[in-house]
Write a protein that binds this ligand. Structure first.
Ligand code: FPP
Length: 238
């Protein structure tokens, strides 16, 4: 969700105004994904590296997260959204941690969209925390080294239980992943658009989904192998 700062600065506004304006497209994406039956949506709200921003911007973002949770949680719950926060919570205020835990508890049994909000999150941090947990289990003898498979490793990551993303969307005109879900994005289709996040609206999302629908996803196979697999699926259905 990149471009909030530039959106505000180009209007002579403080950067915080851009973040505030960025809540609207988040709501639109959640509503659209829920309506379309998308299984999971993960939004990158605050990275491990964002802590190095000016303290006034960091604290205004933390305040914005608190306010957004308080304002939106009932509606999300009513719409059966299951909400989780992913990231290193230790660095967050006790108040924010408590709101996150309460929101997760409230929505845990919901059967609709799985919504993950990444706060204080970094893909490298995520891989490292999983590695540490598994290393401790191996070192203590609770787990054999040979038992550490990709599947077992995935279960220790923050997106455990959520399928790997099919589509990654980055706004704001930069072409990079910026330490998002490094492990989980291995075969994700990437979509970049120049629109600044506060201006990202339904047609932009539809455009990304249309572009995604045109992609051929081979997962390392050859086009010939894919055709054989597709023919198999068709004859199974017939
Ligand atoms: C990146 O833009 C955006 C952020 C660091 C904050 C994202 C937060 C929101 C969209 C607020 C709402 C979120 C939730 C989950 C309620 P930037 O500041 O790096 O923009 P720039 O590249 O133009 O400086």
């Amino acid at each position: 969700m990149d471009g909030n700062g530039r959106w505000a600065e180009s209007r002579g506004l403080p950067r915080h105004a851009g973040h505030k304006e960025g809540v609207r497209p988040v709501r639109m994406c959640i509503e659209e994904c829920a309506r379309r039956g998308v299984e999971a949506l993960t939004v990158f709200a605050f990275s491990s590296e964002n802590w190095a921003r000016p303290s006034v911007e960091v604290s205004s973002l933390m305040q914005l997260f608190l306010e957004a949770i308080d304002r939106e949680v009932d509606e999300l719950h009513k719409n059966k959204v299951r909400m989780r926060f992913i990231g290193d919570r230790h660095a967050l205020s006790v108040k924010l941690q408590a709101r996150m835990a309460a929101t997760e508890q409230l929505t845990a049994a919901n059967s609709g969209l799985k919504l993950q909000v990444a706060v204080s999150y970094g893909g490298r941090w995520d891989i490292l925390q999983a590695t540490k947990k598994l290393s401790a289990a191996v070192a203590s003898g609770a787990m054999a080294l040979e038992a550490v498979t990709e599947e077992v490793f995935s279960r220790e990551l923050m997106l455990s239980g959520v399928p790997d993303p099919d589509l990654f969307i980055r706004t704001g005109g930069d072409y990079r992943i910026s330490n998002f879900l490094l492990w989980n994005l291995a075969y994700t289709e990437l979509h970049f658009c120049d629109t600044l996040w506060p201006d990202f609206d339904k047609p932009h999302l539809e455009n990304a989904l249309r572009a995604f629908a045109m992609r051929e996803r081979r997962f390392g196979l050859t086009p010939g192998q894919l055709n054989v697999a597709r023919e198999g699926e068709t004859s199974q259905r017939a």
